[in-house]
Design a protein around this ligand. Sequence first.
Ligand SMILES: *Cc1c(COP(=O)(O)O)cnc(C)c1O
Length: 404
Amino acid sequence: MPTYSRVDLAFERGEGAWLITAAGKRYLDFTSGVAVNALGHAHPHMVAAITAQAQKLWHTSNLYRIPEGERLAERLCELSFADFVFFQNSGTEAIECAIKMARKYQFASGKPERNRIVTFEGAFHGRTLAALAATGNKKYLEGFGPAMPGFDQVAFGDLDAVKKAVGPETAAIIIEPVMGEGGVRVVPHAFLRALRKLCDDNGLLLIFDEVQSGIGRTGDLFAYQHTGVTPDIMALAKALGGGFPIGACLATAEAAKGMTAGTHGSTFGGNQLAMAAANAVLDVVTSKGFLEKVRQNGLLMKQRLAELKDRHSSVIAEVRGEGLLIGLRMVPPVAEMVDELRNEEMITVAAGDNVVRLLPPLIINEAEISEAIARIDRACTRLEQAHPRQGSQVGDQLAKQGAA
Ligand SMILES: *Cc1c(COP(=O)(O)O)cnc(C)c1O
């Protein structure tokens, strides 16, 4: 179905941070399959792990024990706040599980009337009907009504609005600690702390959607780990399988207390092949010095990008993000920047708020970062030359909006 307006570009193979067309043209990959290919392309450890598993066993269903999944669940719990994990095949399914769990928790606590979830404008939680209702984006919802009930959306960062939205029917609050699709907006830690307190004071569950920010992207294994705030439930997907489809919903024993035998299921979720892929990703991401390097490279990128912003202030309005989840808020339309970068044989992805997302694989090295900066520099120069006046007009408009 023509649900994507695709770029006329295809790749035949990948090597680390590079994607290569059938004709042999090499593109620097700053999309990573939208924050999925954390270890880049054809990482030898992943190739070996998937190949070995493929020769043994792919799938048996959840009717039987799956030792590879037990191992992954134990590792994820060990590395996080969680006591339990449920495996699925995508981010939206992990969110779906989080929503069901929050409602079931309140039900099991004798408060079945508590079934509403507070969400934030600009969020993205996926495309199933429940995740879409949580996302609340009118453009995505149009024509798919009736919207699934039970969500109260409030303005991003507005604590008073959250407090007003919380009532006797509220079960949980869901938020991305760093908003990805919404334009790489880092949620202030004080705001997350206030949400935690609100949840504790009112018997609500705090759900973090770390589908995009999780698995090392922000320089910590999970973004929540440098906020000082621990959620009750966390959704993971994207980078967890390094390119193999997998989702996971993590929870404390308390939050998961309603999820008893028969309450939830998935045919494919947690199969041996997916578990092998995710265990291989964790091997590398948790290896000594790996996340330290991600943090260093994130800082290096931000410094180099800040220099570019100073030199191209009519093109780049702001550099933001955490670790290697970086956003450039643009002055000209973001689509033009994405096109110019693609002309430079570097692929990136647009987000909300006129932001271009820079999502290199976490294995990116300094030489590749320098190469990326040179390409971004040239793309900015061309955008400046293409329409200097339009650029400044848009800049003036933004400045006015900011002032108002
Ligand atoms: C991508 C994303 C989702 C949806 O994941 P899918 O695997 O596309 O279903 C949910 N939440 C966030 C924060 C995401 O970035």
